[in-house]
Write a new protein. Structure first.
Length: 63
């Protein structure tokens, strides 16, 4: 049984942006994975796991 994609949810310590990446993008994005799409700062991991209702507050970054 699968739970869908695994998400990594971050909060930017610089600008406060909440954003998320699908774990499958790690190899594609390399060192850019986990960086803020708004200001480029390295995000602070808030939580990870399968998609859930609380993730709606996070902007999804697409590869």
């Amino acid at each position: 049984m699968t739970w869908g994609p695994q998400m990594m949810c971050y909060i930017c310590p610089e600008c406060g942006q909440k954003f998320k990446y699908e774990l499958g993008l790690l190899n594609e994005l390399g060192p850019e994975f986990g960086t803020c799409p708004k200001c480029g700062a390295e995000g602070k991991l808030d939580h990870d796991g399968p998609r859930r209702k609380e993730d709606e507050d996070f902007v999804e970054v697409l590869g």
